[in-house]
Design a protein around this ligand. Structure first.
Ligand code: GLY
Length: 421
C-alpha cells in the first residue's frame, strides 16, 4: 500500500512510525512532514490546508489510504473531497467535524442527547453575552466557538479576565470569525484525561487513556501551549471508567451524529474532566490527539493499518485491538519563547547520543543537504520512552533528554511526576 499522512507535527511523525511497521505498507508520504518524517518516509511540500493540491498529489501517486492528522483540513472538508475523488481517507466529513470545529454545535449536541458536560450557554450577541456574564461568579470559562489553534479557551479567575476574554473574542475578533459566537461555561474542578476511540459510525472501540500537559511550565504554570508532554496510562482512570465513558459519552455522541444526518468515522477524542467521580466532556476533537498519540501508539500492538481500513470499510466489529501493558511518557522539547514568539534555525545536537529504545518524534524540525537537523517551530521534538511501569518509562525519558540540545531549548520536568510520588 501507499499511504499519505497529512500534517507536519510529532503526531504525524508517530503515525508514520507506526504505519511503517505494517507489512502491508510499501511507501509513506507525509505532507508537509518534518525532518523526522523525512527520514522515515517521503515528505511532500504541500500545505495541509491545500486540499485540492493534496487530492491531486494523492491521485498522481496512486495513494491507497490517506490519514489526516490536524483538524483544519478536516474542517475544510478534505474527507469529502477525497471521497469525491474515490481515494480512501481516514477521518470524519466536514459536517461531522463540527463536533470539534464548533464548540456551540458540540455543546448543543451534548445537551440534546444527554451527554454529561459542564453547564454552558451559547451567545452570538456580545451584549447578551455581557449581560449573562454579569450574573455569573468566577471562575468561569469563556470559549470561542470555532478553531483557534488551541487558544480559544479562557479559564477566567476574575470578572475582569472574563470580560476581557469575551471582548477579545466577540469585539476585537482576535480569533477572526471563530470568535463570532462564544460559549460561557461553568468551571469544574477535577482530574483531566483524554479518551479517544476508533469508530466506523457503528462500532466504537476506545483506545487506552492518556493525560496531556497544556501549560508551558512545571506545576501547570504559564501560558497554554499545544501540549508539553503526556503519559499513558493514568492510574486514576481505570477500565471501569473507560467502559463508563464509552457508554455515556463516546457511543451516544456517535449515535447522535448519525441521527443528525452526519455519520462519523475516524477517531473521536473526548477531553474529559472527572469531577466528583463523574466524567464530563470538556471538549470533543475529531482526530488523534497531540501529544497523546506519541504515548498511545507506542503501546498499540495491533497493525494500525488494519484498524484504519476497518474504519473506512465499516467492519470495525471484526477487529481486536490490543495494547501493551507498558507505560509510556513523552516530553516535548520547545524553542525559547514558545508559546510566544521564538527564533528557529538552531542546530539540534545529541540525537545520536540516546539509548536505543528512546523514541524521538519530530515536530518543528528541518534538515539540510548533509542531514544536519535544525529547529523549525515552537514545539520541536517529543522524546518518548516506554517501560514496564511509569517510573521506568519516566526515568528513561528524563535520563536521555539532557543529551539533546539546541539553543534556548526548554521542557517540563514534571511530566507524569504525579504518578510516581
Ligand atoms: N492534546 C490536545 C489536543 O490534541 O487537542
Amino acid at each position: 500500500m501507499k499511504v499519505m499522512i497529512i500534517g507536519g507535527g510529532a503526531r504525524e511523525h508517530t503515525l508514520a512510525w507506526k504505519i511503517a511497521q505494517s507489512p502491508k505498507v510499501k511507501r509513506i508520504y507525509v505532507a508537509p512532514g518534518n525532518a523526522g518524517t523525512g527520514l522515515a518516509a517521503h515528505n511532500l511540500s504541500l500545505r495541509p490546508t491545500d486540499i485540492e493540491a493534496l487530492g491531486k498529489a494523492a491521485q498522481e501517486k496512486s495513494i491507497d489510504l490517506a490519514v489526516v492528522g490536524p483538524e483544519v483540513p478536516l474542517a475544510l472538508g478534505i474527507v469529502d473531497h477525497f471521497n469525491d475523488l474515490g481515494i480512501p481517507i481516514f477521518g470524519p466529513t466536514k459536517a461531522a467535524t463540527q463536533i470539534e470545529s464548533s464548540k456551540v454545535f458540540a455543546k448543543g449536541l451534548m445537551q440534546k442527547y444527554g451527554i454529561p458536560c459542564p453547564k454552558g450557554v451559547a451567545f452570538s450577541s456580545y451584549s447578551e453575552a455581557q449581560k449573562y456574564l454579569q450574573k455569573q461568579q468566577p471562575p468561569i470559562v469563556i470559549k470561542a466557538d470555532g478553531l483557534a489553534a488551541g487558544k480559544g479557551v479562557t479559564v477566567a479567575n476574575t470578572m475582569e479576565e472574563a470580560e476581557k476574554a469575551l471582548a477579545n473574542s466577540m469585539k476585537k475578533k482576535i480569533f477572526g470569525p471563530a470568535g463570532n459566537k462564544v460559549l460561557i461555561e461553568e468551571h469544574l474542578v477535577g482530574k483531566e484525561v483524554s479518551l479517544l476511540a476508533f469508530t466506523d459510525g457503528k462500532t466504537v472501540i476506545p483506545m487506552i487513556p492518556a493525560c496531556d500537559y497544556k501549560r508551558v511550565f512545571d506545576n501547570d504554570q504559564g501560558s497554554n501551549t499545544g501540549g508539553m508532554g503526556s503519559y499513558s496510562p493514568p492510574s486514576f482512570f481505570n477500565a471501569t471508567l473507560t467502559q463508563k465513558v464509552t457508554q455515556s459519552v463516546l457511543t451516544p455522541a456517535i449515535n447522535a451524529l448519525t441521527k443528525e444526518g452526519m455519520p462519523y468515522k475516524g477517531v473521536l477524542y473526548a477531553g474529559l474532566i472527572i469531577s466528583d467521580g463523574e466524567p464530563k466532556v470538556l471538549e470533543f476533537n475529531a482526530r488523534f490527539g497531540d501529544p497523546e498519540t506519541q504515548v498511545t501508539l507506542p503501546r498499540l500492538k495491533t497493525d494500525l493499518i488494519d484498524i484504519l481500513l476497518a474504519v473506512i470499510n465499516d467492519n470495525l466489529d471484526h477487529i481486536d485491538i490490543n495494547w501493551s501493558s507498558d507505560a509510556c511518557v513523552g516530553v516535548v522539547m520547545a524553542s525559547a519563547g514558545y508559546p510566544g514568539s521564538y527564533k528557529t534555525g538552531f542546530f539540534i545536537k545529541g540525537l545520536d547520543k540516546l539509548d536505543e529504545d528512546i523514541l524521538v518524534f519530530h515536530a518543528g524540525t528541518k534538515s539540510d543537504e548533509s542531514g544536519n537537523i535544525y529547529t523549525n517551530g515552537g514545539r520541536v521534538l517529543t522524546v518518548a520512552a516506554t517501560g514496564k511501569n511509569m517510573a521506568e518509562a519516566r526515568n528513561k525519558a528524563y535520563r536521555n533528554l539532557p543529551h539533546i540540545y539546541f539553543e534556548g531549548c526548554h521542557y517540563r520536568q514534571d511530566i507524569a511526576a504525579r504518578e510516581i510520588t
